[in-house]
Design a binder for this molecule. Structure first.
Ligand SMILES: [Fe+2]
Ligand SMILES: [Fe+2]
Length: 415
């Protein structure tokens, strides 16, 4: 049973590292949010499995994913389009995980293994719900079916420890695509069907929805501030896309690191939802809100440890004073929901900075950076400035000024 728990733990870990590669590739924010939620729930399953597993001898001391499991998830990640990739993870790998949980329930002893059973029953209902939640997003075509067939064959190479079903040898004709071209992050993130741009921040109310000076100006109407902070929060979708890229590049990380990254990812997806759900309620049409791609485009060109350092030590650590001011201004509106969302955002961000202090040294070590953290953060900031010159500002406005949401339109929209 401990071996089977171990396999479940590794499948959950592999799902976290593999499914996060879907996030920048799928366009719809709702789908990105859903994947982040599933990844976070998987991290919870993984943590409980490990906790229980460690009470049993035979679970093993290490946290790592075995090569034989990872290679199947890696294979799923190299699908050549996002619909195939999504179907591979959710029509083949997740059902395999669910079947393995069910197998566990069928074979374990109802009394001796009662504590694990209770957990597994819970996880099965989560897994069933995940499959229901994803169903509307899955597409069908011959190519998708063929890809899923390919992954099902790949899965037969896994030994089933507890069922004693031996691994089946793959046919000679079987080709591992990831062995020929390993997974690589997309150069830019997908936001279809929404319009895109480089940045939503500027000083020009005719150009972008967030006008920096207006955020600070005591004369600004608090309703304008509220709309601008919702745009800001919605744009934390860039953090969702670039944080997703860190998992697969830190496969050797301790599980606790990926657990906290998964929490961080889910938090950012919630922050983005705060804006995505509130803006339409205030009368703003989401199809007029351009999505900013600069941060993803720049950060994906930097090594993963630098990406994580910029995020936690620079963007998040530096955001508190302005966000505190925004919270004060929004409070003038007696909008309890807005206050609540902003309070949760601030609380989460404090945790993210804590994660940064805790995990940056580990990510640095994993990625071969030996210098002191402080020096690394300094050189990262310099590299970011260089990369921003090279790769920033390259996404033109998808919409003409009269079509897109700008500071001026927000001003007109609130009065
Ligand atoms: Fe956030
Ligand atoms: Fe954050």
């Amino acid at each position: 049973m401990a071996k089977l728990q171990r396999q479940l733990f590794e499948l959950e870990r592999a799902f976290i590292a593999g499914a996060t590669t879907l996030v920048p590739r799928v366009g719809e924010p709702e789908l990105k949010y859903l994947i982040c939620q599933h990844v976070w729930e998987s991290a919870g399953h993984g943590r409980f499995l490990r906790e229980r597993g460690r009470e049993l001898s035979g679970f093993g001391k290490s946290d790592s994913i075995s090569d034989e499991i990872w290679k199947i998830f890696h294979e799923a990640a190299v699908a050549n389009d996002e619909d195939k990739a999504l179907a591979g993870f959710y029509r083949v790998l997740k059902p395999h995980l669910l079947a393995t949980y069910r197998h566990y329930l069928e074979t374990t002893h109802h009394l001796a293994d009662w504590p694990s059973r209770k957990l597994v029953e819970e996880f099965i209902s989560d897994e069933e719900r995940h499959l229901e939640e994803i169903e509307p997003w899955l597409k069908s075509s011959d190519a998708i079916q063929a890809w899923c067939g390919h992954l099902r064959v790949a899965l037969t190479s896994l030994p089933r420890s507890a069922s004693k079903t031996p691994a089946i040898e793959l046919p000679d004709s079987f080709r591992w695509f990831h062995a020929e071209s390993p997974y690589q992050h997309p150069e830019t993130c997908n936001r279809a069907p929404y319009p895109t741009c480089s940045s939503v921040f500027s000083e020009d109310p005719k150009e972008t929805p967030i006008v920096r000076a207006w955020l600070q100006d005591p004369q600004t109407d608090p309703r304008t501030i509220r709309a601008m902070i919702y745009v800001w929060l919605m744009m934390e979708l860039d953090a969702v896309d670039y944080l997703s890229t860190v998992f697969v590049e830190t496969l050797q990380a301790p599980f606790d690191l990926h657990h906290d990254l998964a929490r961080h990812l889910w938090d950012e997806s919630r922050h983005s939802q705060f804006g995505f759900r509130q803006l339409p309620k205030l009368g703003f049409d989401l199809m007029t809100v351009e999505h900013s791609l600069d941060l993803y485009n720049i950060l994906v060109k930097m090594p993963p440890a630098e990406r994580y350092a910029m995020m936690t030590m620079e963007f998040e650590a530096g955001s508190f004073p302005i966000k505190a001011h925004i919270m004060d201004r929004v409070r003038e509106l007696n909008d309890f929901e807005a206050d609540t969302l902003l309070a949760f955002d601030r609380n989460d961000e404090q945790n993210h900075v804590r994660y940064g202090h805790q995990w940056l040294p580990t990510i640095m070590k994993l990625c071969g950076h030996e210098e002191p953290v402080e020096d690394f953060v300094k050189s990262t900031q310099a590299n970011f400035a260089k990369m921003a010159e090279l790769h920033g500002g390259k996404t033109p406005h998808a919409l003409a000024p009269e079509e897109r949401l700008t500071g001026e339109k927000i001003l007109a929209g609130i009065s």
